[in-house]
Ligand binder design. Structure first.
Ligand SMILES: Cc1ncc(CN)c(N)n1
Length: 222
């Protein structure tokens, strides 16, 4: 069993609350208010800036050149893949890249990103990977599950279909698979049963913060 599968099994309720959140269901059936998605997407741009810093920290915490390369691959997935999706979607609504960078940070964005950075600063590469895992692996699961299912006809449907397509893409799915293998490889060197409860707490907390991040999208709806 992979470390990811073990953590997911042990944190089943937090995981389900994240990947089956109403926000995700609303994107999948097209009913999510477009304003909620815009709020989410703008905050997610800030989120990804901090997650890029977290992958840079993973490079710093690496013990081998192989780990460094894998950290760099994660960084590239964000900086050259995901963030461009946000810029592309926001451009359609007249929101420029510069404006995205100056959006005020919501407390949910702050809480989640700083939790991950703090987990990595305080711990080793494995602590940081476990804190990062719900992000990359949860979106991989969501993308694969909802690939091509958004019905047409609502304001948000084209954006939601584009969003799911990005996370269902071969590039993203391969990045998620590589991350899972990388975490298993680190665990084979550093995981002991004595430290597992700490890792489980990190994974549980990060999954809970992911669910809060979806919920944040519904804030400020009229
Ligand atoms: C909040 C959040 N979680 C995960 C991902 C996928 N990297 C994301 N873009 N944003």
């Amino acid at each position: 069993m992979s470390v990811f599968d073990r953590l997911k099994t042990d944190c089943a309720s937090e995981w389900a609350a994240y990947v089956d959140h109403d926000f995700v269901r609303g994107m999948a059936d097209g009913s999510l208010p477009l304003d909620a998605f815009r709020t989410y997407l703008k905050q997610d741009y800030l989120f990804l800036i901090h997650f890029s810093r977290a992958y840079a920290l993973a490079i710093y915490k690496s013990q081998t050149l192989g780990d460094m390369r894998r950290g760099m691959a994660g960084l590239k997935t964000i900086l050259e893949g995901e963030m461009e999706l946000h810029v592309e979607l926001c451009a359609k609504w007249g929101i420029a890249r510069k404006e995205l960078e100056t959006v005020a940070e919501e407390s949910e964005t702050l809480a989640y990103t700083r939790f991950v950075l703090e987990s990595g600063l305080r711990g080793d590469l494995l602590d940081l990977q476990v804190a990062l895992a719900p992000c990359i692996l949860g979106y991989g699961e969501i993308g694969a599950r909802h690939r091509g299912v958004v019905p047409e006809g609502t304001d948000g449907a084209p954006a939601y279909a584009r969003w799911f397509a990005e996370y269902a893409s071969d590039d993203y799915q391969n990045a998620a698979r590589d991350f899972c293998d990388w975490m298993d490889q680190t665990a084979s060197a550093y995981l002991t049963e004595a430290r597992y409860p700490v890792l489980r707490r990190i994974f549980s907390e990060a999954s809970r913060l992911e669910a809060d991040f979806w919920q944040m999208g519904f804030k400020n709806l009229g």
